[in-house]
Design a protein around this ligand. Structure first.
Ligand SMILES: [Ca+2]
Ligand SMILES: [Ca+2]
Ligand SMILES: [Ca+2]
Ligand SMILES: [Ca+2]
Length: 414
């Protein structure tokens, strides 16, 4: 069966339409009544902690403030993984007998079970388009393989098959490959493979354990932990795929499990340098290492997400753009997916939704696809364009809303 040629999703970042009517009345705004909500994005780190007597998924801001507990039960809940849009967290839990993959909203609501297996399913990681989840399936403590399923739990497929431990998948930013750990060569090494499990390539070759790899957003760097036993030490390393250079970002620190920040400028990780594991952040060059958690229990397995949070429309309205905008796609050039942001301004004279279209054309003017085609309230929007069958080249995207139209170029580079 041929796969769907493109994937498109629409996220409403900010919508003010419901609140515009209230803004004519300052008395109402300052009266403390319940106002419609606006939204902004904030960097969050999910992790798990056993501070409540068993493992629970917790959330903090990336500066360590605003601790939240997201799960609350007597079973273990662990290994959180933010969805690319920050709306969901996948995690594993043994609440139903053995470990299964679950997802929940990133505020902890609507927890749903995705896998039903007699084995232990763990280490969930989302594909960059949010459509699939890779995970490790353990037949016993030291034997596991990588599996991939749809994000609703359907179509579970095994993509590695050997009798050792294959674990901790990390999807590449372009969605085509998966990074993982395996000890099939005798000790843990980092491997890269196609997302269907083919073409497995070894990236490390040492007598130490190289574990928990994660690719940078550009796909050219890997952060991971190098662990040595007897005596135990662990450091976060950065491997440059361009020239194979490898540097330790931490020293004498018992650190592991590094993850990139949403902007790629920082790294969160766990370290037991203070006596028990805590979540830390540092700059991507290893400088400015700062502790975010401070509790005598285990705190680890960070996942960095950018999530939508609410602020009052009174705070948000002044910031809201007044003009029609079409932003440059990001990344650009891209392969195969990119994000396009646009703004439908608040219309002072009318609260009507605006009929909006966005279409993609090749340079000859042939229409490739329609990304948006509906009435939309004023707001800030993002659409994803992912069209794997197109040849490299320049493409145009055109936004039209009422009598306004804007057009920009983007470059697909394969
Ligand atoms: Ca629990
Ligand atoms: Ca299971
Ligand atoms: Ca090794
Ligand atoms: Ca701790």
């Amino acid at each position: 069966m041929k796969s769907k040629p493109f994937y498109m999703s629409l996220i409403v970042l900010i919508s003010t339409s419901a609140g515009i009517g209230l803004l004519s009345s300052t008395a109402e705004l300052s009266s403390g009544q319940h106002f419609p909500k606006d939204s902004t994005f904030i960097d969050k780190i999910a992790f798990y902690s056993d501070r409540f007597g068993n493992r629970e998924i917790c959330l903090i801001n990336a500066d360590g403030t605003e601790f939240q507990r997201l799960t609350n039960n007597t079973a273990h809940d662990e290994c959180p993984s933010f969805s690319p849009d920050g709306r969901k967290i996948a995690f594993s839990s043994n609440r139903d007998g053995n470990y299964e993959i679950y997802i929940m909203n990133s505020d902890g609501t609507d927890q749903q079970r995705l896998t039903y297996s007699p084995e232990n399913d763990d280490h969930a990681d989302w594909s960059p388009d949010g459509i699939k989840i890779a995970f490790s399936r353990y037949t016993d403590q030291s034997h596991s393989n990588i599996f991939v399923m749809n994000a609703d739990g359907s179509n579970v497929q095994q993509i590695t098959s050997n009798s050792d431990e294959n674990m901790r998948p990390d999807w590449s930013p372009d969605g085509t490959r998966i990074l993982f750990n395996t000890n099939k060569d005798g000790n843990y090494e980092i491997y890269l493979m196609n997302a269907d499990g083919s073409n497995q390539q070894r990236l490390t070759n040492t007598t130490a354990f190289e574990i928990f790899p994660q690719l940078s957003h550009e796909g050219n760097q890997i952060i991971y932990a190098r662990i040595v036993m007897n005596p135990f030490y662990g450091e976060v390393h950065l491997l440059n795929l361009d020239d194979s250079s490898d540097v330790a970002l931490t020293q004498n620190s018992r650190s592991e499990n590094p993850v990139w920040s949403s902007d790629g400028k920082q790294i969160a990780f766990q370290t037991s340098r203070d006596g028990n594991f805590e979540i830390y952040v540092m700059n991507a060059d290893g400088s400015n290492q700062q502790r975010l958690t401070n509790h005598s229990s285990w705190d680890g397995w960070p996942s960095w997400g950018k999530i939508q949070t609410s602020t009052s429309i009174k705070d948000g309205y002044d910031e809201f753009p007044k003009d029609f905008q079409l932003h440059q796609n990001y990344p650009n050039p891209f392969n195969p997916s990119t994000k396009i942001k646009f703004i439908i301004p608040s219309v002072e004279t009318s609260r009507q939704d605006v009929f909006t279209t966005m279409k993609v054309y090749d340079v000859l003017g042939n229409e490739i696809t329609t990304l948006v085609n509906e009435e939309k309230p004023a707001g800030i929007y993002e659409v994803y364009f992912n069209y794997t069958d197109l040849p490299s080249g320049i493409y145009l995207y055109k936004l039209q809303a009422n009598n306004n139209s804007l057009i920009k170029k983007m470059v697909l580079l394969k």
